[in-house]
Write a protein that binds this ligand. Structure first.
Ligand SMILES: [Zn+2]
Length: 511
């Protein structure tokens, strides 16, 4: 009898053969498609195309030229024009500008016309939105909308590449527009200098063909996804934090709620928001510039793939499919979640997603989220996602202000315990302070603090002051010590080093 190992090997072999054959078939179909388009184009440009405008181009001609394209290519027009008076579907400058991408079969002239005809909205002009906008503007997206209510800060500049030092304090939308216009002033830009609200979302999204979610908070992610489902727009969503990022193309194809052939929405993938306490912003958790840059560039790539491909074709398959791909062009789009991790090997992984959930609150046949609930403002996205309030677990007697602490001499009689992580402690710390990082567990922290000699179980005549970056973790550490020792000689520095910088030492690094 064959061993199980041998049978597994045979299964594996057959799988690989099927994969190889299917991939060959797919490549052949794609070649056929390109060859047909190229032949149509050649016939058309030679005036030999018998059927007017090639079928693959008709939509674009109608849309781009604003009238029935068949008139443009009909016999009469051709006969009455000399060779020097040919009219071309793109302006002469555009052939030069987009030539490098247009000569690829994936784009071609039809794809370039589709891009020119497309309207894309970028929500959030930060670490994701800047690179995404740059590549979309560069690629010749006809209309690019930018939405953001924030102003440029110097801490944005390591990753938000459309902004610069001179524009710190400007609206992000205006700063990005200046950059983008210098990159490509031949396309139309629309400025939305405010944060998205449920009441306005639908009327704004309706002006566009595709939306990029380049925001950084769950509240906006749910709102943007809901509005995309309700207005029938595909959504390219990405996020990045620390050294990792995620990319997902949602509501693609953008069928109406209840249509099982439509792509899943954000609520299908994440029906419930993460607990608010666990949601870190880039300001709190940190982010590496190129990591968020990679994700923003990938968003632009997915947008271009989606917009330049023929309607109803499968070129829009999935974000950078890294798994074994066995789909044929006839199969529906399969949504995947692409995950990037800068310090992992391999850096990219992709997870196949399920189709729409039958109980989705937005895209199912029985939605509870409707156009009316959005426009009436009855949906509270902030409450849905929860709010992580600043920690407040201590009585005032267990706290000391930075000013008061600055008057205390830190010698052997007093101890300052810094609960930030080691990386932050190494950036800046008070002389003589002891680093015992808060790791989220009161027991573990207390054990560590005892072991390091930072705290004692019994009164030893010394005062202890606990400090951190913002004054939240330090409160939790003080409470952990109070609960376990009952000693009143341990205090929290109110407001953390952010307050210390404001009250005591303006030179304290503001990172
Ligand atoms: Zn859904």
């Amino acid at each position: 009898m064959e061993s199980i190992g041998a049978m597994d090997a045979q299964v594996q072999r057959l799988r690989e053969q099927i994969d190889a054959t299917e991939s060959q078939l797919r490549a052949l179909k794609s070649q056929l498609h390109s060859a047909e388009e190229a032949a149509d184009a050649a016939r058309y440009l030679n005036g030999a195309y018998q059927g007017g405008v090639p079928p693959a181009w008709q939509d674009e001609f109608i849309n781009v030229l604003g009238h029935d394209a068949s008139n443009y290519a009909n016999e009469e027009t051709h006969q009455t024009r000399g060779f020097g008076e040919q009219r071309w579907p793109l302006r002469s400058e555009e052939y030069g500008r987009y030539g490098r991408q247009m000569i690829m079969p994936e784009i071609g002239l039809p794809g370039q016309l589709r891009l020119k005809n497309a309207k894309v909205l970028i929500v959030g002009v930060g670490g994701l939105g800047c690179p995404a906008a740059a590549y979309l503007a560069g690629a010749g997206i006809g209309t690019l909308g930018l939405m953001d209510g924030d102003t440029v800060e110097v801490s944005n500049l390591h990753r938000q590449i459309a902004h610069n030092t001179a524009r710190v304090g400007s609206m992000k939308v205006d700063s990005a527009l200046e950059y983008l216009k210098s990159l490509n002033d031949t396309i139309e830009y629309r400025a939305h200098r405010f944060h998205l609200t449920p009441q306005e979302a639908l009327s704004i999204f309706e002006q566009y063909d595709l939306v990029l979610d380049c925001t950084d908070h769950p509240t906006s992610r749910y709102l943007i996804s809901d509005a995309c489902v309700l207005t029938g727009k595909p959504l390219v969503s990405a996020s990045a934090l620390k050294t990792e990022g995620q990319l997902i193309v949602l509501n693609n194809p953008p069928q109406p709620p209840g249509d099982v052939n439509g792509g899943p929405c954000y609520r299908c993938v994440f029906p419930k928001p993460q607990p608010a306490e666990s949601v870190l912003s880039c300001g709190e958790g940190g982010v590496l510039g190129p990591v968020v840059g990679v994700m923003g560039v990938l968003q632009a790539l997915e947008a271009i793939k989606l917009l330049a491909s023929k309607p109803n074709s499968s070129i829009t398959d999935s974000p950078m499919e890294m798994t074994d791909d066995t789909s044929s062009p006839e199969e529906p789009v399969r949504p995947t979640l692409l995950m990037f991790s800068a310090y992992n090997t391999p850096q990219f992984r992709s997870v196949r997603l399920r189709s729409r959930r039958v109980d989705c609150a937005t895209c199912s046949g029985h939605p509870t989220i409707t156009r009316h609930s959005l426009t009436s403002g009855s949906l509270d996205y902030v409450a849905f996602c929860g709010v992580s309030n600043p920690v407040s677990v201590l009585s005032p007697s267990s706290q000391i202000t930075p000013s008061a602490l600055s008057q205390v001499s830190i010698d052997g009689s007093n101890i300052v315990i810094d609960v930030r992580d080691e990386t932050q402690y190494a950036i800046c710390a008070l002389p003589g302070s002891i680093n015992v990082p808060w790791n989220g567990s009161a027991d573990a922290w207390f054990e560590q603090a005892l072991k390091s000699g930072a705290i004692a179980k019994h009164e030893d005549g010394r005062d202890r002051y606990v400090v951190c970056r913002l004054g939240n973790d330090s409160q939790l550490a003080v409470k952990a010590a109070l609960d376990r020792t009952g000693l009143g000689s341990i205090k929290d520095m109110k407001g953390g080093f952010r307050a210390w910088r404001e009250e005591v030492d303006l030179t304290w690094p503001d990172y």
